[in-house]
Design a protein around this ligand. Structure first.
Ligand code: KIV
Length: 264
């Protein structure tokens, strides 16, 4: 791992050198620091914050204020990693002017370096406008949680030939619109490889097989810190829920027994 600051323009260079891009979500200062210290390339302030931190049942409830506050907190812990912040539901779908203004707020108030937004062809002009304002954008295709009701649930996308063609076409459109990278969520591995090979900008996969240019996992899934469900593709690297539970139980017992604090 090099100690060089990761930048949006540098992402394409990482792809062309064959350097895989590691991405984890982060939602607060300690997560930002630990992600950065671990040499993760991108700290993504995902709208998954709604589910895994705020306890909402959906990403759709997350607001601009939520994203600004969490992005600013993460930014205080991050130095080398690129700070990417999700644009929440309805912050970019209503008008292009609104989208530029809200992307600007994530940069100005949340210290984001890149914004991420979901969708294909219909957000191409929006991406172009945001990029023209000097703000790098990462796109997001496949399973796009902000369209969960339209997709009919959280399921793999692009399994049928029409769906696969649309994703291939959309990826090229997003690249032409100026995107610096594209998250590919829950699409078949072979399709993810085809899309990845067709682009000069990197793809970041989540549940889309090993051939993307990078991988992202929701940190709380990796840590075993989310209790509601675990996506099948997730590799859990630790059981932090149990570590915390044990520590809290031990503390509670010590307080009740008078073992904490000690007299000395
Ligand atoms: O919100 C999020 O965490 C995301 C990742 C799952 C890519 O968008």
């Amino acid at each position: 791992m090099e100690n060089k600051k990761v930048t949006a323009p540098g992402l394409a260079g990482m792809k062309s050198c064959g350097e895989k891009i590691s991405v984890l979500t982060a939602y607060d200062y300690p997560m930002g620091r630990i992600v950065d210290d671990a040499g993760i390339d991108i700290a993504l302030v995902g709208d998954s914050v709604g589910r895994v931190v705020l306890g909402y049942d959906s990403e759709l409830k997350v607001t601009m204020e939520d994203m600004i506050s969490h992005s600013a907190a993460v930014s205080r812990g991050v130095r080398r990693a690129l700070l990417v912040c999700d644009m929440p539901f309805l912050s970019y779908q209503i008008s292009e002017d609104d989208a530029v203004r809200n992307a600007g707020r994530l940069v100005q108030e949340g210290n984001a370096e890149v914004v991420k937004l979901e969708g294909g062809e219909y957000v191409a002009n929006t991406i172009h406008r945001i990029v023209s304002a000097g703000i790098p954008v990462i796109g997001h295709l496949g399973l796009t949680p902000q369209s969960v009701h339209q997709l009919g649930g959280f399921r793999k996308v692009g399994k049928d030939p029409e769906g696969a063609d649309k994703i291939k076409k959309d990826a090229l459109i997003l690249q032409d619109a100026g995107a610096s990278g594209i998250v590919l969520e829950a699409i078949p591995a072979a399709l993810a490889k085809e899309v990845t090979d067709s682009l000069s900008i990197p793809t970041i996969g989540i549940g889309s097989g090993p051939d993307c240019d990078g991988q992202v996992i929701v940190t709380h899934d990796l840590l075993g810190l989310f209790d509601k469900f675990k996506p099948s593709f997730v590799k859990q690297y630790a059981d932090v829920w149990q570590v915390m539970l044990k520590a809290f139980e031990n503390y509670s017992r010590d307080v009740k027994d008078g073992a904490f604090p000690e007299r000395k």
